[in-house]
Design a binder for this molecule. Structure first.
Ligand code: GDP
Length: 202
């Protein structure tokens, strides 16, 4: 399960604009600043494949990257910008939710959760929504290398991960698969790629 090549294909502003070749795809989504661009770059071992602008409103696109000419990694807009105007947030909601519900070749959503901080309501809401809609989901915990007690509010990444999982349990018939990662140490990188390859062959 190695990435031999990865190329940016296109940015889409509607689910209808997305590539139509039916190749399997995996969507990465998470709160802004969760470490999504870092993870995407670490997966494809490039410094700046995901040149995502950090400004709300500028990244309201679905970005498709083709890997090994046979499947897609999809970068979805980050959610939870406190500063984004309400209208932009509502748009974002409709747009990505439509994508989740209508995209037939979507194999699994990879929902990124920052393991260095306690569970956030917006992430719990997001995970439970996906669970209730039965959208296949994999939990990817990011920043698992961050262990400084002060910054973590005294809690270790493992504890935050456990709490998060117990809080969403009721929304899932079976616990979603989960992977602990760090873009600093590359922890979890191979595990994600292996998991994606298993899901594609399933
Ligand atoms: P995005 O907004 O979700 O695309 O997040 P970025 O990839 O831009 O990362 C946001 C911030 O978190 C940056 O300052 C990164 O350096 C930092 N960051 C991202 N991933 C990790 C990680 O695995 N470990 C640590 N310690 N910091 C990370």
């Amino acid at each position: 399960a190695q990435v031999v090549n990865a190329d940016f294909v296109k940015s889409s502003v509607r689910p209808d604009d997305c590539p139509r070749d039916g190749l399997p795809e995996f969507a990465l989504v998470g709160r802004s600043n969760v470490g999504k661009s870092s993870l995407l770059n670490s997966l494809v071992r490039r410094k700046r494949l995901a040149l995502t602008s950090k400004k709300p409103g500028k990244t309201q696109c679905i970005n498709h990257f083709k890997v090994n000419d046979s499947w897609y990694l999809v970068d979805l807009p980050g959610y939870g910008y406190a500063s984004a105007p309400q209208e932009a947030r509502t748009n974002w909601d409709e747009f990505t939710r439509n994508y989740f519900l209508s995209r037939e070749n979507l194999v699994s959503v990879f929902l990124l959760i920052d393991a260095s901080i306690p569970a956030k309501k917006i992430d719990l809401d997001y995970a439970s929504w996906l669970g209730q809609k039965k959208v296949p989901m994999t939990l990817v915990f990011t920043k698992c290398d961050k262990r400084k007690k002060k910054k973590n509010g005294g809690r270790r990444p493992e504890e935050n991960v456990e709490t998060f999982q117990s809080l969403i349990r009721e929304y899932f018939e079976a616990a979603p698969p989960w992977i602990m990662t760090s873009s600093v140490t590359n922890q979890g990188r191979d595990e994600i790629l292996l998991h994606m390859s298993q899901l594609r062959n399933y």
